[in-house]
Write a protein that binds this ligand. Structure first.
Ligand SMILES: NC(=O)c1ccc[n+]([C@@H]2O[C@H](COP(=O)([O-])OP(=O)(O)OC[C@H]3O[C@@H](n4cnc5c(N)ncnc54)[C@H](OP(=O)(O)O)[C@@H]3O)[C@@H](O)[C@H]2O)c1
Length: 317
């Protein structure tokens, strides 16, 4: 399967690069991020994914700004995504202005509602307490994101961790449709239903945790250690990470691996000049499915809009 141009067209008119540089990293280290951004730009990465809650906007902004100043790359040659924290839903315009200041940017390429929950400002993350939740009104949050576009603060808007049902509800009142839904996706959580729906309504899917969040506190090693993927990688002379990421591209999504390691950044980018076979796809298609980033901490019996994990994901679990 040929992947043309390394970009995908968004309904906002922008093109999104198919490989993004993830920045959800703990512990945070500004120097590591800065070095990794310089390497990533050299390797060819043009899409940078952050979120106000990651605490990486400022370091990413400094590194990108350095690259603009030294003319390694121009602003309009990179695609920058950040996300609205659930404690800032009351005023997305102010939250985005703060993010832009951190990022040292005049505009964003993509601004996402990070999670379909509403929290009090400053609430604990990633495990909000019962008293942290506020009633959720996605319609009014979306109006705030639409304002961000109208004010020229961002070129595209979208959502993250939205099920088919939540996306469909949003489309019923959106004046500007979401350009992207960023969700967990890898061979062990393939998101077939959501991808089919998003294709039908012209929303691009971006895959977060494309390596199953290998080695992180919220992730799992099960994806990188899957024996079927390992066997394909060995047979094809590729690494497991390359097979996982190439599989994502061949599903028509963009992939957002995180690595601050020079060798792995380069390795993860070497996925454009070869393809998986039909046999590889058949084997991957049969893998048992398991959501890794379940976020059980977002459900509770009193204040959360979600009483059960099925409610949170509208049965997509
Ligand atoms: N929207 C959301 O709710 C959401 C949720 C989670 C993540 N995200 C976004 O998606 C990005 C990626 O997700 P993630 O960081 O959770 O997990 P991931 O990209 O699936 O996995 C990252 C882990 O894999 C390691 N790694 C990367 N390349 C590797 C390779 N070739 N071989 C072996 N190990 C490798 C990294 O370590 P090294 O750095 O040491 O290489 C890191 O520990 C995030 O950084 C963030 O930008 C979004």
């Amino acid at each position: 399967m040929e992947i043309l141009g390394g970009v995908s067209q968004l309904n906002s008119g922008l093109q999104i690069p198919l490989i993004g540089f993830g920045t959800a990293a703990l512990p945070q280290n500004k120097d590591d991020l800065s070095k990794a951004v310089a390497t990533a730009l050299k390797v060819g990465y043009r899409h940078f994914d952050t979120a106000s809650i990651y605490g990486t906007e400022a370091a990413l902004g400094e590194a990108l700004n350095g690259a603009f100043q030294s003319r390694v790359v121009k602003r309009d040659e990179v695609f920058v995504t950040t996300k609205l924290y659930a404690g800032d839903h009351e005023d997305p315009v102010s939250a985005l202005k703060t993010s832009l200041k951190e990022l040292q940017l005049e505009y964003l390429d993509l601004y996402l509602i990070h999670w379909p929950i509403n929290l009090k400002k400053g609430s604990s993350h990633p495990m909000p307490r019962e008293e942290d939740f506020l009633p959720l009104d996605i319609k009014s949050i979306w109006r705030g994101l639409e304002n961000c576009v109208e004010l020229g603060l961002t070129k595209s808007i979208g959502v993250s961790n939205f099920s088919c049902k939540k996306t469909e509800d949003l489309l019923s009142y959106a004046n500007i449709p979401p350009a992207v839904n960023q969700v967990e996706m890898h061979p062990m959580w393939q998101q077939k239903k959501l991808r089919d729906y998003c294709t039908k309504v012209n929303i691009h899917v971006s895959a977060h945790c494309p390596l199953g969040s290998f080695g992180t506190y919220y992730g799992s090693n099960a994806v990188m250690e899957n024996t079927v993927i390992k066997e394909i990688a060995q047979r094809r002379g590729k690494t497991v990470a390359q097979v996982l990421l190439r599989w994502g591209l061949e599903q028509g999504v963009s992939v957002l691996p995180k690595s601050y390691n020079e060798g792995r950044l380069a390795e993860n980018y070497q996925i454009f000049d070869w393809s998986l076979t039909r046999d590889d796809h058949e084997k991957i298609g049969k893998l048992e499915q398991k959501r890794i980033v379940r976020r059980d901490g977002l459900i509770n019996p009193t204040t959360s809009p979600y009483r059960t994990i099925e409610d949170l994901w509208d049965g997509e679990i």
